[in-house]
Design a protein around this ligand. Structure first.
Ligand code: BGC
Ligand code: BGC
Length: 819
């Protein structure tokens, strides 16, 4: 298939290309490979930069200088200077090539306390204001430049087509046209306009379109999952943002974590090289994602010529052992496993971007014009723009009797756990990666939704009370209830149904309580994606989606209250950039679908004064799960139903057990006989690190009913060599999302004793995800299962298992038993 050829506004400059030739000719192989390696600040010293000629560095979400989140611009600059100096040091006879530092400023500079945080992309999509996007890009570049960094990993140009995906809020729209309209604007905001002298000046940063390609198109909305769309759909839908980004002169593209028809993007030569570089004509650099190359078949994080050969130019390798990757890559280039022409092409692209970005002229980070100007972080003019974005992104779904806008002179009750909750209103990629657990101390200068409302009402002479649980002493004229999703980021944000807080009805109860007391209720819904809220809509008089608005909460009060003359203060303007579901299982609902049946169509949004015909009697029937059988068989001589067996080693290396043997770096699994031929599986861990074997499916399973009905996981097991260290049985819900029970003691006690049956009550599984700040309860996990049975060991172990099942009614509380 032929893809469109895109003409970038940034033209190839013969003088610049000649300069690249000149530099390339002077570089040793080691210096070239160094340009292709991007470690993380926690694992990179200035000496490393000299020794390995490192070309770029990143700080991951929540990763800050010296581990101090309250670092000032000067602290960032000190490190940026040290890195820059090391890269420019020619005392060892090496060529000076400035290092570049990349960061995730995805809705403002999320990693810096005090920065301006804009609403997330899904909200900006609702604003339908491309010029505003450009201005946000410009401000983001300014705030990045204060800390001396060079490069932003933004914009995300995913066209999210399954709202269960935990990164849906990073997507501007499900509609490719809107993503296309915005992507180029964001690039121009960050980098400056290609045709003028401000392009990639000292006031601008390099932009990245990510994640190439189809991150928003994975089967079941699983983060880092597999896209099964055909090529025409990639080209028409998922590539939309790249067209305008490349046109606008974007200098970098990030390869995605996902696969396309099972082939991982970091190793996808056809899409990275033939399509992106050759057919579309992208002449900038392709950077990898967070150790993402380690998912390429046959590769590991520290050994992956496949990715470079496929067209990756820079390994993003936050792994502390990145030096091994450097050494392996040098060796592979030397022996021809990676052709030298490919190395040269990668380095040529990197140098082209560095030259275009004027990194030599920009000089030492602390000497650049914006460097160290702390006052620009969260500057008033920047916050004004963010507040405008908040105002413009509000989408009004219901407004019975035109209750909105409210008079600020009334007696108003503000309730709900989102009212005065900065962490909730900023969402993911805010101060820390998942955005959880932050307080006002992390957002100096920010305004919560409550603070904005309080200010508006107080200055109008009204009365306003904050009461999270909705209790009051004097009956208010109206209640504003602010509630919705808690923060999350990649992986941790995936869900199986668009149900709010799986099973927890406290928000709905609050709405209903107030309504039953005869108080008009205005619901403000904080969310990263469309959710099924029919019941909440029925229980509210007005309902507005305010997304995750960021640090400038006052933008909401600007719109929901009338002005001093009792007129509309600001219009409500937002229009849905995503279709809104009528039932909780419409994650893949998108404009243009055959039989398109949304509750609110793409583009919907009431104006003030519109006649609202929604009513209070939307169907409240959510999802009726069929009652499940008493026994769920997972493995009976072979994996049952849609399940298969997968292995995972310590370096992201994975294999499917298709024939009768499969291996990864840390274990081998074979089919063996117990009673009949090949009715059991033997797993042998080699002691080289953690590894697992799992019964796995690509379709999330809702096993909630088993969890609720006192079920147990039951399996037969024979231990031939006891765990040398630890062993666990785990449930898995996607990358880095699992809960596990330690069974070291049980396995040790039956070593050499032949076949036994192990019973693990489901109630044994603890909360998951505490390492990431986001806690998921077992109730939540059992609604999201991809791997209902996983054996994990971190050292040697030799076991054989058979007859794996989940059985209702066996549990004895929360115990693990052998018989
Ligand atoms: C994310 C990227 C991000 C990178 C660096 C990855 O896990 O997928 O969007 O740019 O980390 O933090
Ligand atoms: C994220 C990083 C983050 C890290 C935490 C990655 O997937 O992209 O930004 O710091 O995980 O482990």
């Amino acid at each position: 298939m032929q893809w469109p050829s895109i003409t970038s506004k940034v033209k190839k400059d013969p003088a610049l290309e000649a300069k690249i030739d000149e530099l390339l000719a002077q570089l040793t192989l080691e210096e070239k490979v160094g340009q292709m390696i991007q470690p993380e600040i926690r694992h990179l010293t200035p000496q490393d930069i000299k020794d390995y000629h490192i070309g770029s560095v990143l700080n991951g979400g929540g990763s800050v200088p010296n581990g101090n989140r309250y670092s000032k611009a000067a602290d960032w600059l000190a490190i940026a200077d040290a890195y820059y100096q090391a890269s420019m040091d020619t005392s060892d006879g090496k060529v000076a090539i400035p290092i570049m530092w990349g960061t995730d400023a995805v809705h403002g500079v999320g990693n810096i306390v005090g920065a301006t945080l804009f609403p997330h992309n899904i909200a900006l999509g609702a604003a339908r204001n491309p010029e505003l996007i450009k201005e946000i890009g410009r401000i983001t570049a300014t705030e990045i430049a204060v800390t001396g960094l060079d490069w932003d990993f933004s914009p995300t140009v995913a066209v999210a087509r399954d709202d269960r995906w935990g990164r849906t809020y990073e997507s501007y729209s499900e509609h490719p046209d809107l993503v296309r309209e915005y992507a180029g604007m964001m690039v121009e905001g960050l980098q400056g306009e290609a045709h003028d002298s401000g392009f990639l000046s000292k006031y601008r940063v390099i932009s990245t379109a990510k994640h190439f390609i189809a991150d928003g198109g994975t089967h079941n909305g699983i983060d880092r999952g597999n896209c099964l769309d055909d090529e025409e759909t990639l080209c028409r839908i998922h590539a939309a943002g790249y067209y305008s980004a490349i046109e606008a002169g974007v200098q970098s593209v990030m390869a995605s974590f996902n696969s396309w028809h099972g082939e991982h993007m970091h190793g996808h030569r056809y899409l990275l090289t033939d399509v992106l570089k050759n057919q579309m004509g992208f002449d900038g650099l392709v950077v990898g994602d967070w150790n993402g190359h380690g998912f390429v078949a046959g590769a590991t994080v520290l050994n992956c010529p496949q990715a470079i050969n496929a067209g990756l130019d820079i390994f993003m390798v936050p792994d502390p052992d990145w030096k091994q990757l450097f050494n392996n890559t040098v060796e592979q280039a030397r022996t021809g496993v990676i052709p030298m022409a490919r190395v040269d092409d990668a380095v040529r692209r990197i140098l082209r971007v560095k030259l275009r970005a004027n990194l030599w002229e920009k000089g030492l980070p602390s000497t650049r014009p914006l460097a160290g100007k702390d006052e620009l972080l969260g500057a008033r003019e920047h916050r004004i723009v963010a507040r405008q974005a908040v105002r413009e992104s509000i989408v009004l779904l219901k407004n019975k009797n035109n209750i909105l806008p409210l008079s600020a002179k009334a007696n108003i009750l503000v309730a709900g756990d989102g009212a005065d909750n900065i962490s909730k209103q900023t969402g993911g990629w805010s101060v820390n990666w998942q955005g959880t657990g932050n307080t006002m101390a992390d957002f100096p200068g920010a305004t919560t939704l409550w603070a904005g409302i309080q200010d508006a009402v107080a200055s109008a002479g009204g009365k306003v009370t904050l009461s999270v649980d909705g209790s009051y002493s004097e009956k208010p004229d109206v209640a504003i209830v602010i509630f919705g999703e808690d923060p999350y980021a990649e992986m941790q944000g995936d869900i199986q149904h668009q149900l709010l807080k799986a099973g927890d009805t406290s928000d709905l109860d609050l709405l209903k309580k107030l309504k039953s007391q005869g108080i008009p209720v205005v619901a403000l819904f904080v969310t990263g994606r469309p959710m099924w809220v029919n019941r909440e809509l029925n229980a509210s008089d007005a309902f507005a989606v305010i997304w995750q608005p960021g640090t400038e909460g006052a933008g909401i009060a600007d719109v929901i209250f009338k002005n001093a003359d009792d007129q509309i203060n600001y219009p409500v303007k937002g229009r849905l950039a995503f279709s809104w579901p009528k039932s909780p299982d419409q994650g893949t609902l998108n404009i243009g679908d055959e039989n398109y049946d949304p509750l609110f169509a793409y583009g919907f949004g009431l104006n003030y004064g519109d006649t609202d015909t929604l009513g209070d009697d939307l169907s409240e029937e959510g999802i009726v799960f069929e009652s499940s059988s008493a026994i769920l068989e997972l493995f009976n001589r072979r994996p049952m139903g849609a399940y298969g067996i997968i292995l995972e080693g310590k370096n992201n290396d994975r294999a499917n057990l298709n024939g009768n043997i499969a291996s990864v770096s840390t274990l081998t699994v074979t089919c063996v006989d117990r009673d009949v031929q090949e009715d059991a599986r033997r797993a042998v861990w080699n002691g080289q690190g953690e590894g697992l074997v799992a019964i796995s499916t690509l379709n999330r399973q809702v096993l909630s009913d088993y969890y609720e009905s006192d079920s147990s996981l039951v399996f037969d097991i024979k231990v031939d060599a006891a765990p040398v260290d630890k062993a666990w049985v785990r449930i898995g819900c996607g990358p880095s999302c699992y809960s596990q029970v330690d069974i070291t003691r049980e396995l040790t006690s039956i070593a050499g004793a032949g076949w036994k049956t192990l019973t693990v009550d489901l109630k044994c599984y603890p909360d998951a995800g505490t390492d990431f700040g986001l806690k998921r309860t077992p109730q939540e996990l059992f609604a999201l299962i991809l791997e209902p049975f996983t054996l994990v060991a971190n050292n040697k172990l030799d076991v054989t298992f058979a007859q794996v099942r989940i059985e209702k009614g066996l549990a004895q509380g929360a115990s693990v038993r052998l018989n």
